[in-house]
Design a binder for this molecule. Sequence first.
Ligand code: NAD
Length: 323
Amino acid sequence: MRVLILGGAGFLGNNLVRRCLAESASEVTVLDSLAPLSHSTKDSLNAVWSDINFVLGDIRDEELMAEVVREKDIIFCCAAQTSHSLSMLHPIEDAEINSLGSLQVLEAIRLNNKKAMVIYSSSSTVIGKAEQSIVDEDHPERPLDIYSAHKGVAEKYFRIYHRSHDLNTVVLRFGNLYGPYGKGYSQFGFVNYFIHLAQTDQPIEIFGTGEQTRSVMYVEDAVDIMWRAAHEPRLIGETYFAGGTEHATVREIAEAVVSVFERGSVTYSTWPDDRRRIEIGPVSLSSSRLRSIIDWEPSHDIRSGLVRTRAVMEEASRQREVR
Ligand SMILES: NC(=O)c1ccc[n+]([C@@H]2O[C@H](COP(=O)([O-])OP(=O)(O)OC[C@H]3O[C@@H](n4cnc5c(N)ncnc54)[C@H](O)[C@@H]3O)[C@@H](O)[C@H]2O)c1
């Protein structure tokens, strides 16, 4: 099984690389531009370096993409500009990567490897503010930030390339993912940022009361459904929310982080204007479309996901010290 992971040096990519290697994929190729805005480096892949082919490159590079997609059985598309707030500051770059870059990937696959299974990781924020208590795929899409708008556009490309060109595309929409190899920066996923603050014994500052619910999922569960989707032809051609049934408030998540990491504290402040404007409000996602086709449930609740995050990170840091 030859696997290509676009954006494999990122948070989700790092976890996907390890899962593919654990599944004895015969060849794992990682392509990543190590985009400065993403804070990704090769270092996170040090422990698996000798087991992968690493290509430093950009998904917008037509020639490189034509070469790299050839003879792969599975292509995971995780390369993206992934910060909501940075997309508002760099909207053109976001469009170039998240919209045009996705199109470049699809064109390369159409012209060079139509048989590959192609899994695209999208975001639940393509819908914008939830207008129903439970959100499914029929919910209208009114994104509130540029990143979410471009993720929504890219989703449509993956669907169109299935319908018009018979590509084997599956789109999975995730809520907030957290876990090992996450980014400790406020512009990226908030749970990973909370974890970073707790680990470094800093206060976790919550805007407002923190009573808004979020769909959060441990990253190895996201990787699990991506791997399963890559082997499940019945999912081809559609878009699915992929998450668990557990929904927690931001306050509950922050308190769980402090409790599991045994450091940090929780504080409250008023919303900064730029954050309030792109805040999506309470969200409860339904993955019933996905579950009507395959039997899948995330295997971690918030507490067990955080406990596992701490264990994996501590083990990774022990390994680094040994090396
Ligand atoms: N982390 C989450 O909570 C979450 C939630 C929903 C969807 N997603 C999606 O999952 C995917 C991975 O997200 P992540 O959290 O790992 O983000 P990340 O920022 O950690 O990883 C993205 C990777 O893409 C790389 N990249 C950026 N532009 C590139 C380009 N032009 N060419 C090649 N590589 C490029 C970056 O260097 C980075 O390593 C993204 O598509 C994101 O939209 C993530």
